[in-house]
Design a protein around this ligand. Sequence first.
Ligand code: ATP
Ligand code: MN
Length: 538
Amino acid sequence: MDTSTPITKTISLNEYGIKNEHIHYQLSSEQLHDLTIEMDMGKEASSGTLAVNTGEFTGRSPMDRFIVKDSITEEKIWWGDINIPFETEKFDKLYDKVIAYLNEKELFVRDCYACADAAYKLNIRVINEYPWSNMFAYNMFLRPTEDELAAFSPEWTVINAPGFIADAQLDGTRQHNFAILNFSRKIALIGGTGYTGEIKKGIFSALNFILPVFKNTLPMHCSANVGEAGDTAIFFGLSGTGKTTLSTDPNRKLIGDDEHGWTADNTVFNFEGGCYAKVINLSKEQEPEIYGAIKKGAILENVIMNADGDVDFGDTSITQNTRVSYPIHHIDNIQQPSIGKNVKNIFFLTADAFGVLPPISKLTPAQAAYHFISGYTAKVAGTEAGVVEPQPSFSACFGAPFMPLHPTKYAEMLSNKMQESGVDVWLINTGWTGGPYGVGTRMKLKYTRAMISAALSGELGLYNYDKYHIHSVFGVAQPRECPGVPTSVLSPRATWNNDEAYYKTAFKLTNAFRENFKKFEAHASEEIRRGGPQRYAF
Ligand code: ATP
Ligand code: MN
């Protein structure tokens, strides 16, 4: 775990075709921090944190993510806009080009692994062009002990060359940047983008294929934590819905904030060794644990600082997607190793910018399957060019861009697990209340946290109709009361003060749900189809 002892082992990259004298192997976090500043690629914030700019890309580029179509993947992958095929020959050529590009460069190499459960451990070698990207790998993947390192044999390799520019015509890419997975060669090849998230999501996507296909384990885009009684809770949700924020809870031990596997033995393990939090509008008062994790060892991305190195978390002039990565031990209350047992509650987080979904509701198993397959959240103005009013956004399994198999594969596995473990499933709207985006306001974090604790502690009571109201449009069970939350907040319609506008907007959303679900209808049972909204506009 501790890399303060300098690593004396040297390695050769000959097996990758890389001939290079300038290899920095397994540098410590401090060394990488210092080198980044020396090389003028980053600055130190007043908190001691390294701050970098990731360059042209400040987010992932889903349209430039490919999977090599070969004998392993051909029959199994759900090919389409999300999993875009890439030819083996083209990959091999592009690989050689990237290697030739890296040959002349100083390189940063790190051996690490994914999956906190030893039975699933995936050894990874990360080869970076830049020191800060290598520090990101230190923060986000699991850190081998010295003994583990001595015997280390890499299984997957991430090759990360942000400065390499592809020629789309020649190389078969869409444009100059790419992230390509090759399951036969076990390589994630990333070029033309410095966005660090591509590194972690590359391995995540690989595991999302490997675990269900070969290890009978459900991979999930979710965060997880464990309570004092040893009960595990998992939180699914698309980007910005609150996975990292809500799993970082002083009263529960953090297992992980983004990527987990649910095994056949009913345990949940983290794939990663760190967290990657959004820092837009971050405040010490609202999110003290994450705020406190931003110190030496962490890496801030694309934030604006003043001359004293104080970060302005409200400044989105580079991007809305400002981030910080830190090793998980920057959070005080963590589960070690990052494995939980006894899953009791599942939360589906959605940031409903229409402001029509209840802030908390309980789902039946059929509703849970329906909402998992739908994966609804909303996009609000500003996050993407051209988005001026809220737009529904559906991403199957709350993580379609990272899921190589057909969504119903993961949904089936989840349904089985839900049945076996008898979990309670809750739909949480962390989005708008009192009206849609532009009229209403974002749900208070304090209230969302209170609703989640009430669900976790059992205070929301047994599932009976006296304590719940069945929503007339969505069909979900909405609690009438919740400790720590004003009763009026629990009913979205009541917060609008305009029934007509509320129902009109609610129908707009249910129609979007129906439209989206069409492509899954053939795969879904009658029961699951009935788990959807109850009323639509005609
Ligand atoms: P990603 O998959 O991109 O990592 P995420 O699901 O982890 O996304 P968070 O990083 O937790 O998302 O982002 C949630 C953001 O919304 C934070 O900036 C948080 O401060 C803000 N927020 C505001 N109100 C709420 C609320 N009621 N519940 C949760 N988050 C809220
Ligand atoms: Mn997150």
